[in-house]
Every structure is written in structure tokens, then in C-alpha cells.
Design a protein around this ligand. Structure first.
Ligand code: EPU
Length: 423
């Protein structure tokens, strides 16, 4: 992992991009779904697993707990007949949210789990109080010990009736997984509606879980004594899809995104229509282009089906190329405008005041040495590099590879001059 942290991406900007790009499987569906194997002794076969760093981290964490399997060509075959270690150590998961997603299923199966405090992107406070509150109410005793979370349950977890105070994606996923092996019927209210939660419900159902309310705010889970292994294809990644859609709106690009689910990115498509991009949806393909004469917009990030925080940074870059004053309000995370500092170095006119960014366009961008602070910021900066004049060097490119499969290669195939190098 250390090696990847010294990766740089180098872009010679202003090539016109055109062609087709295929969306990979969703990182944020694959993460909880891999953790869900802990609920069963059976064998699993996952397809369309994105080969990105955060998923490799989850895979290694499961191996460390005793899982056996293979991971290649986007396919994972895996089973964990016995849990041979209850510890998920820091060196395996420090950069990702894997450990918190392991906590629920592991304590549900095993009565004990010890995971290091979750990491992930430094995009603001990433609270986990709902996860811990829900698991405690299910009967797990949770303590914090030297940067680790330790959960113990004397017996099978018990069912709860729990209302999430606000929507949480991994919070919903964690309690949902734990509830499948709890005694009695759990009701989870105010659940997150992200498609990744629905895909997890589908996987758990195929494993033998009894869940009603898929894709609604209330999930009812009748606990089982055991669950079985199954096969599952991961849904397409709506954030990767949305990122390439926005690449298609830059300059004179024209991009067709395949393996797309238009419904997953409807909030983005609505905004693109407002600003004047041309979007054509046909079955599972989305074609996008623009004529460079775009109008400003006001957007705020909210839970699904509204505009996702994970596409906020990329939209910021696009809005630097729009004529007039645009506004973005970030409601989900309190430190998610770090890309604006780097975009300003490239020539963007952006003012950030608390949770609001004002973007004055259209400004030409010029190639600079910039630093990726987090995963989605790194995609926004790559987009900046693609339209900038001259050479852009992005340091800390490991962030990009945490969540985007082969992005330099996919962009090369569309005509970009981009490469990654290791220092
Ligand atoms: N929150 C709490 N308490 C909790 C949980 C969440 O107050 O116990 C708050 C958070 O502080 C935040 C809001 O609720 O303000 C939403 O957080 P959520 O729990 O939904 O985020 P998450 O589950 O940690 C997932 C994705 C993120 C994505 C967010 C929001 C995964 C593995 N991660 O995080 O993805 O930004 O939902 O949609 O699913 C990414 O892929 O780049 C990424 C950061």
C-alpha cells in the first residue's frame, strides 16, 4: 500500500475525448457485500467486483479473519467456514471504511469482534454513533480500547425497533446485516435509500434472510439461525458512472457510458439538462456532450435520490467551465471542499464559506502540481487536468485508485494523454 501512496498522475490537457466507457461494479455495494460473507459458513461468488484499493483492503481484512478465496478478473470466490482471528488490524484497514462494516456481521456470527477505528476519506466528521447505538441495543457490549472497537455479545443478538436519527448508508447496512442473525424481528426506520443498500438487501435475501421493505425507508428483518452462500453480481457504480458523464460535458467531448443505470444518476441528469448539456439515454447507455455554452446552477447535496455528495467535487470542476455564478451547498460532510483549493491553483474562481461554494465561470484552467486530498476530490482534479492547458501533475494519486478502476486507462481509451507513475 505504501508504494501506491507515492503514485502521481500526469496529464497533458485539452485533448478532445470521445468514445465508450464501461461502468465498473459499485465499490460501495461491494464493500458491505463482502463483509456480509461473515454471516455464513457457505461459499460466495461475486461478479463485477471493482478492482480498486478499498475493495482489496476489505478482501485482505476478510482473509485475515480466516476467509479463503480468490480475487481476479472482477470475480471473487470466497468463504469463511471458521473465524480464525477476531482482530481486524490497523495496517489492513486504516484507509478505508471496511472495519466498521465488519463489526456488525462479525459480532452477529461470532459474539466477538475487534476492529480498529474506521478510516476512510478525510472529508469531515465520520460519526458512527448510530452503528454503535444500534448494535448495543441488540445486546452487544461495545468498548473503545486503544484505537480499537471491541464488541462482545454473550448470546445471539436480539431484535430491535430502531429509528435512525438521520440517514446513514453504512449505518443502515451494518444494522441490517446484524439483524439477519438476531433473535426476533427487527424493524429499522428512516433507512438510507441508496441503491447499494437495496443491492445488499438482495444479496442477504438470496442468502436466506427474510427482509421486507427493499428500497424503502423501513426494513423489517426476521432473524434466522443461519444463512447460506450464494452468487451475486454487483450493481454498476453510480459515482463512477456520474464522473464519466461529467467528463463527457467538458469542452467538446462526447462520451457514451455503458453498463449505466440512468435511474441511479437521475439527479445528476436533471442538473446537466438545466445547465444545457445534451444527454441521450438508451437502455443501459447514456451519451453525453455539450457545446461549451453552459448555464450556471444551484445544487445541494442530500441523501439519495437527491444529488450525491460523492459527485459534488466533480460537479465543482464542471461548473468552473459554465458561464456565470453557480452555487453548491454540501450538506452531508463538513470538510468536503478540499478540491477547491487545488482547482483555484489551476485558475478556478471559487469562494468557499462554510458549507457553500460559489463558483464563478467560465475560467480557463492551467496545468499545475496539485494534491489529491480524498477519493472524489482526486477525480475532480483529474477532470481539471483534462481541460487545463499544459501539464498537470497530481500527487497522492493513491486516493484515485481507492475507488476508480483503471481510470487512467479508461481515459486513455477515450483519447486523453494521462499516465500514472510511481516515484
Ligand atoms: N452520521 C452520523 N452518525 C452515524 C453515521 C452517520 O451522524 O452513526 C452522519 C455522518 O457524519 C454524515 C451523514 O450522517 O454527516 C451521512 O453519513 P453516512 O453514514 O451515510 O456515510 P457513510 O456510510 O460513512 C457512505 C459512503 C460514502 C458516501 C456516504 C454518503 C460507503 C462505504 N461510503 O459513507 O462514500 O459519501 O455514504 O453518501 O458506502 C466515497 O465513496 O467516496 C464515499 C465517501
Amino acid at each position: 500500500m505504501g508504494k501506491k501512496k507515492n503514485m502521481k498522475i500526469i496529464i497533458q490537457g485539452q485533448n478532445r475525448l470521445s468514445g465508450t466507457v464501461r461502468t465498473a461494479g459499485a465499490k460501495n455495494a461491494a464493500l458491505p457485500e463482502l463483509a456480509a460473507i461473515l454471516l455464513s459458513k457457505g461459499e460466495f461468488h461475486f461478479q463485477d467486483v471493482p478492482e480498486v484499493e478499498d475493495i482489496k483492503v476489505m478482501y485482505r481484512a476478510l482473509q485475515n479473519l480466516g476467509a479463503e478465496g480468490h480475487f481476479n478478473s472482477n470475480s471473487v470466490k470466497i468463504k469463511i467456514p471458521e473465524v480464525t482471528s477476531e482482530l481486524v488490524p490497523r495496517e489492513i484497514v486504516e484507509t478505508s471504511r471496511a472495519s466498521i462494516l465488519i463489526l456488525g456481521p462479525l459480532v452477529a456470527r461470532n459474539g466477538y469482534a475487534r476492529v480498529c477505528q474506521p478510516g476512510g476519506c478525510p472529508i469531515g466528521d465520520r460519526k458512527i454513533n448510530y452503528h454503535l447505538d444500534g448494535l448495543s441495543r441488540m445486546g452487544a457490549e461495545i468498548k473503545e480500547e486503544e484505537h480499537h472497537l471491541v464488541a462482545k455479545a454473550a448470546k445471539q443478538l436480539n431484535a430491535i425497533d430502531y429509528t435512525f436519527p438521520t440517514k446513514s448508508v453504512t449505518g443502515t447496512e451494518n444494522l441490517l446485516m446484524a439483524a439477519t442473525l438476531a433473535e426476533g424481528t427487527t424493524i429499522l426506520r428512516n433507512c438510507a435509500l441508496e441503491p447499494e443498500v437495496g443491492d445488499l438487501v438482495q444479496l442477504l435475501t438470496n442468502m436466506g434472510a427474510d427482509i421486507t421493505g427493499k428500497n424503502t425507508e423501513t426494513l423489517t428483518i426476521k432473524g434466522q439461525t443461519s444463512l447460506q452462500g450464494t452468487s451475486h453480481r454487483i450493481i454498476p457504480d453510480r459515482i463512477e458512472m456520474g464522473t464519466y458523464i461529467m467528463v463527457g460535458c467538458l469542452g467538446e467531448n462526447e462520451i457514451i457510458v455503458e453498463n449505466a443505470v440512468p435511474e441511479f444518476v437521475q439527479s445528476l441528469l436533471n442538473i446537466l439538462e438545466q445547465i444545457g448539456c445534451y444527454v441521450t439515454v438508451k437502455n443501459d447507455t447514456i451519451k453525453v456532450t455539450a457545446n461549451g455554452n453552459l448555464k450556471p446552477v444551484s445544487v445541494e447535496t442530500l441523501p439519495y435520490p437527491d444529488y450525491p455528495t460523492d459527485l459534488q467535487a466533480q460537479l465543482t470542476t464542471l461548473l468552473t467551465q459554465v458561464n456565470g455564478i453557480s452555487k453548491i451547498k454540501e450538506n452531508i460532510f463538513n470538510n468536503r471542499f478540499q478540491h477547491t483549493r487545488e482547482l483555484k491553483k489551476m485558475g478556478a474562481a471559487i469562494d468557499v464559506d462554510g458549507d457553500i461554494a460559489i463558483i464563478r465561470g467560465k475560467t480557463p484552467l492551467s496545468g499545475q502540481t496539485i494534491r489529491a486530498t480524498d477519493l472524489r476530490a482526486s477525480a475532480a482534479l483529474v477532470m481539471g487536468g483534462l481541460i487545463a492547458e499544459g501539464e498537470t501533475v497530481m500527487d497522492n494519486a493513491y486516493q484515485l485508485f481507492r475507488g476508480y478502476e483503471n481510470m487512467p486507462l479508461k481515459l486513455q481509451q477515450l483519447g486523453a494523454d494521462i499516465k500514472n507513475i510511481e516515484e
